[in-house]
Design a protein around this ligand. Structure first.
Ligand code: WTA
Length: 653
């Protein structure tokens, strides 16, 4: 039975299988039963400030806060008056007890390996922080980080945090144009990059993209480049320096400076429903507290764990669950540079066997790809070191969940399906592995201190199994503080609809156990391979091509990627819809945004379906993509012939 609330909030999933945490897992877990979860959850919701203050007190503060929370909705300040250094909490704090413990275990795509203990990570962080200072970078300055998945990516982030510079990591798969947009929006004065990174056996020329992004740019004073792939790069005199030269000039004495708890830590750009990505701003004390607490409880971290989050540091998952969260907990983090299918389709399983990985955190889209590649690649390896599995990024389909459970977890590892967002900074809805019975496809219950609900248009909580909008009703420490440089957009996007509740932008329902089932985005944001992509961004890229008059981009279901991108394009007079132009437009989107945004299909059309007021009716286009038939309300449609032509496919393609 589908549960329907309105046109776009619909859930067809009915899943009754329940998996209890294995008794031996619960016996050792920090939260080992539902009673323990409920007790702590209830008290954390009755008094969130007391709960979060208790967590924050486990961290190192240079000055304790005066007030836990100042909430002038929608503006939050956490641990007001407190002073903290985030990098101190991720490295210095562990030196006494865990100085020789491995912090980062790294494997490059070509098979090269490195290990950094907490002491080494501390020294590298201090040196790099001193190098930043020597290059004129100071607290409050924005710095773009555009790097491959090497330990220096984490060192660059921690180095910025140490001196109070605000980093903005740009995913290495994004194009020069995307870097340029982010440089301008953030007003960054420096860029940290590498000559290149390895991906599927080829060099991704990162420095070259940075050079292109900086053409005609004046505000960037310094580019620090790490030598990774040793390809030829162009260095601009007076602007560009090498990482190894700069750290050779400084020592590792760099006492952690104290920063206000609300000092900005980073900006991370993410897609919204307009063409311009949003710069999500996170600050220091609250973000750290959230990343620390969720890593501790959701991954149930123990001192002997080998923890592997297979995301890229360019996404929020990499920020919170490769760098800040696990390092604040003193964990051993495995980092892998390259693709899961290089040189063979078994690379992940080979890594797990070799390093005896105990916790694996990855995305449903990756799991679906593994299923497609075949079980034989998994079965060659001993994966018995694994004790916990996690997923993030999109709703996981029950088939993928079951495969993950049986093939990767041998039926013995709990799966934590974690719902959260760039904006939330940390995990919000999730099972706790020693406590929560799981069902394939649901992120289950809210984390401590998180007051999540599903509400209707009026903001009233809906009944069990009714669809609605997912909201968070109380502030939490790792929440975004604003959209960088655009406070009005922050208010409009997240708070305007209900006034006093954070609107996540996802549709959801709760079942009779109170478990949250996330249905997907309600806005014009697609989820392609677990990555957020605004349809408007792709449209903006398409119409920037000289041949395109108008473009409408929609998602269609895709077996591996979750959603695929379909673009409907009308051409200007004098242009013909040829295969060559089709290819050119796809390449153009790749150049404007990055390869992940390239449409899977471009459909040329004589016209797009519009309402009488001129709004493109995406719902109709979606229906055409999903199966062809157009149902529902078409009374506002301006010209019925347009739909007929699009469905007929013939003439317009
Ligand atoms: C989706 C990624 C269902 C959701 C951390 C959200 C999920 C968006 C899940 C945020 C999950 C993330 N189940 N949907 N476990 N995790 N999502 O900002 O639509 O890249 O709003 O953050 O991904 O994507 P973002």
């Amino acid at each position: 039975m589908p549960q329907v609330m309105s046109d776009n909030i619909e859930s067809h999933l009915v899943e009754n299988r329940i998996f209890n945490p294995p008794a031996e897992f619960s016996a050792k877990a920090t939260i080992g039963s539902m009673e323990a979860y409920r007790e702590l959850y209830d008290s954390s919701i009755a008094d969130p400030e007391a709960f979060w203050a208790g967590i924050a007190a486990e961290l190192s503060w240079q000055k304790k806060w005066d007030t836990v929370l100042e909430w002038n909705c929608p503006f939050a300040k956490w641990f007001v008056g407190g002073e903290v250094n985030v990098s101190e909490n991720c490295v210095d704090r562990h030196l006494a007890k865990r100085g020789d413990k491995v912090a980062i275990l790294w494997e490059g795509e070509p098979g090269d390996k490195r290990t950094l203990t907490y002491r080494q990570l501390y020294e590298e962080t201090c040196k790099f922080a001193n190098a930043l200072k020597a290059n004129g970078i100071k607290a409050g300055d924005r710095v773009i980080i555009y790097m491959p998945m090497v330990p220096e990516a984490a060192i660059a982030m921690l180095g910025c945090a140490r001196i109070g510079a605000v980093h903005s990591v740009v995913f290495g798969g994004f194009s020069a144009e995307s870097i340029k947009d982010r440089l301008h929006d953030s007003g960054a004065v420096a860029v940290i990059t590498a000559d290149g990174g390895w991906r599927r056996g080829s060099i991704v020329p990162l420095k070259e993209s940075v050079n292109k992004a900086l053409e005609g740019d004046t505000q960037v004073q310094r580019v620090i480049t790490l030598k990774r792939t040793a390809n030829d790069v162009t260095m601009v005199d007076g602007r560009d320096v090498w990482w190894h030269d700069e750290v050779a000039k400084v020592d590792s004495n760099c006492p952690p400076q104290a920063f206000d708890s609300e000092h900005p830590l980073f900006i991370l750009y993410t897609s919204g429903s307009t063409g311009k990505p949003k710069g999500i701003l996170h600050t220091s004390g609250g973000y750290l507290t959230g990343a620390y607490a969720t890593s501790k409880y959701v991954f149930d971290l123990r001192d002997d764990d080998i923890y592997w989050c297979a995301a890229d540091v360019g996404w929020i998952t990499g920020h919170s669950y490769i760098v800040y969260g696990p390092l604040a907990n003193g964990a051993t983090v495995l980092m892998y540079e390259g693709a899961p299918n290089h040189p063979g389709l078994d690379r992940f399983w080979q890594i797990i066997e070799e390093y005896k990985v105990t916790i694996l955190y990855t995305a449903p889209t990756a799991i679906r790809a593994f299923i497609k590649w075949g079980d034989e690649h998994v079965e060659k390896y001993d994966l018995s070191s694994l004790r916990l599995l996690g997923t993030v990024g999109e709703p996981i389909n029950p088939e993928a969940w079951m495969w993950y459970h049986e093939k990767i977890g041998s039926g013995k590892c709990p799966i934590v399906d974690t719902w959260w967002q760039t904006e939330t900074g940390g995990i919000m809805i999730t099972p706790l592995p020693g406590a929560t019975p799981t069902k394939p496809g649901t992120a289950t219950l809210p984390f401590f201190g998180i007051d999540a609900a599903v509400v209707d248009e009026q903001g009233e909580e809906v009944r069990a199994n009714e669809g609605g909008k997912l909201v968070i009703r109380k502030p939490w420490p790792s929440m975004l503080r604003t959209i960088y440089g655009d406070e009005q957009r922050y208010i409009d996007t997240y708070w305007k609809e209900y006034g006093n509740m954070y609107l996540a932008g996802d549709g959801a329902r709760r079942d009779e156990l109170g478990y949250f089932w996330i249905v997907g985005r309600l806005d014009d944001v697609l989820n392609v391979s677990g990555h957020r992509l605004g349809t408007a961004e792709v449209e903006r890229a398409l119409v920037s091509h000289h041949s395109v008059a108008e473009a409408a981009v929609v998602g269609r279901p895709d077996e591996i990627k979750g959603q695929g991108v379909v673009a409907f394009v009308t051409l200007k007079e004098g242009f013909e819809s040829t295969d060559a132009l089709n290819k050119e437009l796809r390449a153009h989107v790749g150049e404007m945004i990055g390869a992940i945004a390239k449409p899977d299909e471009i459909r040329f059309a004589a016209a797009l379906p519009k309402t009488r007021s001129g709004k493109i009716m995406r719902r109709l286009l979606k229906e055409i993509c999903a199966g062809g038939a157009v149902s529902g309300d078409t009374t506002t449609l301006e010209d019925f012939n347009v739909i007929a032509a699009l469905q007929g496919k013939g003439d317009d393609e």
